[in-house]
Design a protein around this ligand. Structure first.
Ligand SMILES: Nc1ncnc2c1ncn2[C@@H]1O[C@H](COP(=O)(O)OP(=O)(O)OP(=O)(O)O)[C@@H](O)[C@H]1O
Ligand SMILES: [Mg+2]
Length: 343
């Protein structure tokens, strides 16, 4: 195999669990051939991902060279060389700060957290938008009490975002004839629908745009980071997931693509018995804090597990606006920490 061919093959290796190649992510910092030795240097934060990629490179090159040395450089300054996410496009020039609410895992409360945080920011007087980037399971309209809302256009042929609780929002859920209409899009179509929501919606001037991410660490997350300058990612976890790979994968992915992480929210943290007021740490204590420490990111706060949070969310009555003082305060305290981290 020629040297060019080997370089090409290595560039085509997929970043573990992402639909992007090393070349697309511009992760290969050095590719040097000296005296029958191949030296490859990769800029990656994630040790696990590095190990997998290293093995693949060795597999491709081991028969061609006397030795293959693959090294990891994660000490590089943040944001120096992670490919197009370094200088993302800016499809929302009228938005001051974009915040992604994400988690490696499904069902941990990303949408609930995104909706209530967005409202909490609006309560503090900011102009706020919330984009539902979960095209296959769009939950935002229901949680904001907008599930009967249909898309409307203005005279300039722009989509008018729906609005409730001071938050402007757009979701694929508003484009389908019925709430439960299933979407059978390929991921590329899903991504272009989201691009349209960025460009063809009359968002106006906004201080903050929240993005409710779908579960996982895939194409949508990556594309969003390439198309928008992200001010930060809020990682949502539950206590029993703290030890779980998915959360660290999400943290590492955002580090790898140079999106700053605002911090961790621990959702469904503890239970306060409604009859006695006793607090139960059902899944143990301080898991979120320990994860934050481990990855050197901020712990933003915890939200209790509470029947009312679920019921109110299902009914389109967001707890931060219509719930108990306890719930309002919990979301608002997280908001204040995020503002402090960002300003
Ligand atoms: N703190 C909480 N207390 C009680 N129920 C909660 C809490 N947070 C979320 N829920 C409920 O858990 C379910 C999942 O929450 P949510 O839809 O926000 O998760 P998600 O991470 O966005 O899920 P998906 O990955 O499917 O998008 C919902 O029914 C929601 O009402
Ligand atoms: Mg969701």
């Amino acid at each position: 195999m020629s040297q060019n061919k080997i370089r090409e093959k290595i560039g085509l290796i997929n970043y573990p669990k992402l639909d992007k190649t090393l070349d697309e992510l511009k992760i290969i910092e050095k590719f040097i051939i000296e005296n029958d030795t191949l030296k490859v240097e990769l800029i990656m934060q994630n040790k696990e991902a590095f190990k997998t990629v290293k093995e693949e490179i060795e597999k491709i090159a081991k028969n061609e060279f006397k030795s293959v040395l693959v090294s990891q450089d994660f000490m590089k300054k943040k944001g120096t060389n992670y490919g197009h996410t370094k200088n993302p496009n800016n499809r929302l020039p009228n938005v001051r700060k974009v915040i992604a609410v994400t988690s490696g895992k499904g069902g941990v409360g990303k949408s609930t957290t995104a909706v209530n945080l967005a409202i909490a920011f609006a309560q503090a007087g900011y102009k706020v938008g919330l984009l539902d980037a979960d095209v296959y399971g769009p939950d935002v309209p229901r949680m904001l009490g907008l599930d009967l809302e249909k898309m409307q256009w203005n005279d300039n042929n722009k989509i008018i975002p729906a609005e409730n609780f001071g938050v402007k929002t757009m979701s694929v859920g508003m484009t389908t004839p019925r709430r439960d209409t299933p979407l059978v899009w390929r991921s590329s179509v899903a991504v272009s629908a989201l691009m349209q929501f960025l460009e063809d919606v009359e968002w106006g001037e906004l201080d903050f745009m929240f993005i409710d991410m779908p579960p996982g660490t895939g194409d949508v997350q990556l594309t969003m980071a390439q198309e928008l300058p992200m001010a930060g990612a809020v990682i949502v976890t539950t206590p029993q997931l703290v030890a779980n790979d998915d959360v660290s994968r999400a943290i590492m992915m955002f580090k790898d693509i140079a999106v700053p992480i605002c911090g961790i929210v621990e959702n469904m943290s503890y239970f306060i018995a409604p009859d006695t007021g006793t607090r139960y740490d059902i899944f143990g204590k301080d898991g979120g804090k320990n994860t934050a420490l481990k990855y050197d990111i901020e712990f933003l706060g915890s939200i209790p597990i509470d029947m009312q949070i679920r019921e109110f969310s299902d009914l389109g009555k967001p707890p931060v606006a219509l719930g108990t003082d306890e719930h309002k305060k919990a979301y608002q305290a997280i908001r204040d920490k995020i503002i402090k981290a960002l300003l």
